[in-house]
Design a protein around this ligand. Sequence first.
Ligand SMILES: [Zn+2]
Length: 203
Amino acid sequence: MPAVRTRILAAVLDAYPDTFEGLTPSKQIGERVFASPTPHPNEVLNLFVQQKLTSALPMAYYMAARRGLESLMDARLPASARLSTEILRSVMKGLLALRETEFKEVHRLIFGPRGSKSCLRSDCPSRAATGPRVSEAHQRVVGRITDSAHSGTKILQVLLLKEVCGGDCFGFCENCVEGWEAGHADVRKNAWCMLPDVFGLKG
Ligand SMILES: [Zn+2]
């Protein structure tokens, strides 16, 4: 049995990595590592707190927070997925901090100074002089990136603008799109580093 336990634990910890490098886009992250029916992220969080799986806690808190308030406080959840006042307070504080960072950083990314790459196409909205139409296109991109269902957050999700904005990305050229996707990788990394702090897991 100890060998089985070790293997299960290794699989679980792999799905709740404790390094940013462990968070590769292709890997299965979070509660889907458990067999069907997939547990609610609150349930996983409760289990990890009980079992003192310290290294997996930042990710478990994030997985519970990212679905937003309705998921966190869903009255239909079984007792095992209900969070104590103390844990709920930590998750909500973290969620608010991450959402604030997400809005601020995405805003800075899309509206901020351009990188060294110039636009590939003359009709790219970034190329035109600033005007109502231009800022509207940029605003749409910001809206799509930060539009998380149920007041959650997508800050750790790899940004694929074509998926987020639809095929033509509101007319922005490839250089703009690539620059934003690359910039968002830094946003993710910084957000990752914030997790222990915003969820009150430090010290
Ligand atoms: Zn462009």
